[in-house]
Design a protein around this ligand. Structure first.
Ligand code: NDP
Length: 488
């Protein structure tokens, strides 16, 4: 059992200790399914960040020089402990974020454990380059940890994305000051207890809760934090880049998306429909990888639309704790209003709501929760605001296209370039489209199938840099070239 699973006042985790914010202030944490405050997180500020950086700096030398197998053992222990407490973590994540418990249990928490296990083993196999230079000698690249690094993550996949940054940072030998979203801080708080149980040396991992504009900003501004790994909105990413660039910090920015699902007439129809329902509405559409623009070849447009709408209408929007729930609650009242405002915008832009479009009022425990029915909109041009801006909720548009080139033009027309998925049985077309789509990730005949070794990230306004596998370990290390001169 996790001792702190039922705490209503969360703590920071600094230098191995659970602490309140230096100010003693707390901020409210809501359960979106019931629309009420259910806990409080420390409202930290730059004093807490400074405390965490001091602890991290003090821990750095020993952690960076630990034999690799011992560092690996700590991370693998973290993975084991998360798995051991999977049910408590899944419940905490569902209550904090509004996502279905079944999803947290089958995706979020197993993936958080997998992140620690993956990078805990990856560090044992990480190697660097050597270049023999004729007449000169041999160059080799040393890869040393950077020092103290900052990890800032969003609310949609709270523990999943938090650990996706922390695990490679620690694996590479850095000490971490991390901030979860203030909207979903609970599993990050529980991770503190996992770190204590794993006997992670004090100061190696520090978790500071609070508002982005205070704690996040303080992490980005701190001169001793040499690299920032951030996942969140494009506007926040730009703000972080503005602050960090003059300080010459290393930056990894995973930002927003407006992803296309492109359905060709020669697709495996049933699979394309069923997967597009999932890619549109999993986690209430609050995944950066969700497809939000469905482009369908004209000859099958009506057939696809009818089958798709039928399956969307069958989705169960209900209490996240019910095992049969497909969509849970929207993460916050503010976000619900934002998503509803985009539905309104779509109407003013001439869109027709094919299904959904309304806030849902459930009964009983969830009567004040923030629920929205899955919404499908047609009749909009590809370049209108609804089709260009990130909505990040259970709202998709559907539109026909005539040719491969038109599909490509529509798909590539936004400022974003995170992930695209295409559906075709034509191998030639699949390769051509994959090459020409301006996205960091392209899935062909599938969606969100992940191998943690692959480069993860977007182009254009979807981000800078790549996470995953060696990319992450390279980001979290500083390369140094050494030339040994000799003549044969
Ligand atoms: P935000 O950009 O609002 O917040 C992300 C994190 O940054 C939060 O912890 C936030 O804290 C913090 N933050 C806010 N302001 C600052 C600041 N000035 N300096 C430093 N940190 C700050 O994003 P959301 O949490 O709303 O997440 C949704 C967004 O994340 C969407 O745009 C989505 O596309 C994107 N995303 C991208 C992914 C990718 O891999 N490309 C994956 C998942 C989501 P606080 O919560 O306290 O404001």
């Amino acid at each position: 059992m996790l001792l702190h699973a039922s705490d209503t006042h969360f703590s920071n985790f600094i230098n191995g200790k659970l602490l309140p914010a230096a100010s003693g202030d707390y901020l409210p944490v809501y359960n979106p399914a019931i629309g009420e405050v259910y806990a409080y997180a420390p409202a930290s500020d730059s004093n807490d960040v400074a405390h965490a950086v001091t602890a991290a700096k003090a821990a750095f030398g020993a952690w960076a020089n630990l034999p690799l197998d011992r560092r690996a053992a700590y991370l693998i222990k973290m993975a084991d402990l998360i798995e051991e407490h999977l049910e408590q973590f899944a419940l905490a994540e569902s209550e904090d974020n509004g996502k279905p418990l079944s999803l947290a249990r089958s995706v979020d928490i197993p993936r958080a454990a997998a992140n620690f296990r993956f990078f805990g083993t990856a560090l044992l196999h990480f190697s660097s380059e050597a270049h023999y230079t004729e007449g000169m000698g041999i160059n080799y690249t040393l890869r040393r940890p950077i020092g103290v690094v900052g990890c800032i993550s969003p609310w949609n996949l709270p523990l999943y994305l938090f650990t996706w940054k922390i695990a490679p940072a620690l694996a590479a030998g850095n000490c971490v000051v991390a901030k979860p979203s203030e909207i979903t801080p609970r599993t990050a708080f529980l991770l503190s207890e996992i770190a204590q149980k794993a006997q992670l040396p004090p100061g190696v991992l520090n978790i500071v809760h609070g508002y982005g504009t205070k704690v996040g900003q303080a992490i980005v501004e701190h001169p001793q934090i040499k690299a920032i790994s951030f996942t969140g909105g494009t506007r926040t990413g730009a703000e972080i880049a503005r602050t960090a660039a003059p300080m010459f910090k290393k930056l990894s920015l995973e930002l927003g998306g407006k992803n296309p699902s492109i359905i060709f007439a020669d697709c495996d129809f049933d699979k394309a429909v069923a997967t597009t329902v999932r890619s549109s509405f999993t986690n209430q559409g609050e995944i950066c990888l969700c497809g939000s623009r469905i482009l369908v070849e004209k000859s099958i447009y009506q057939k696809f639309k009818n089958a798709f709408i039928e399956q969307v209408k069958a989705l169960n929007v209900a209490d996240p704790l019910n095992e049969t729930t497909n969509l849970g609650a929207i993460v916050s009242a503010e976000h619900l209003q934002k998503v509803l405002s985009y539905i309104q915008l779509a109407k003013t832009e001439g869109g027709t709501i094919l299904c959904g479009g309304e806030q849902l009022h459930l009964t009983d425990r969830c009567k004040n929760g923030w629920f929205l029915s899955p919404t499908v909109i047609e009749g909009l041009p590809h370049d209108c605001r609804t089709n260009q801006e990130e909505i990040f909720g259970p709202v998709v548009t559907i539109m026909p296209f005539d040719t491969d080139q038109q599909a490509l033009d529509y798909a590539n027309s936004t400022e974003y370039g995170l992930a695209a998925n295409i559906w075709t049985q034509n191998l030639d077309r699949a390769h051509k489209m994959a090459n020409l789509l301006a996205f960091g990730i392209v899935w062909v005949n599938c969606w969100m199938m992940r191998d943690l070794r692959t480069p993860f990230g977007g182009v254009k306004s979807s981000g800078v840099g790549r996470e995953g596998g060696w990319e992450a370990l390279r980001f979290f290390t500083e390369p140094k070239n050494v030339l040994i001169s000799y003549k044969i």
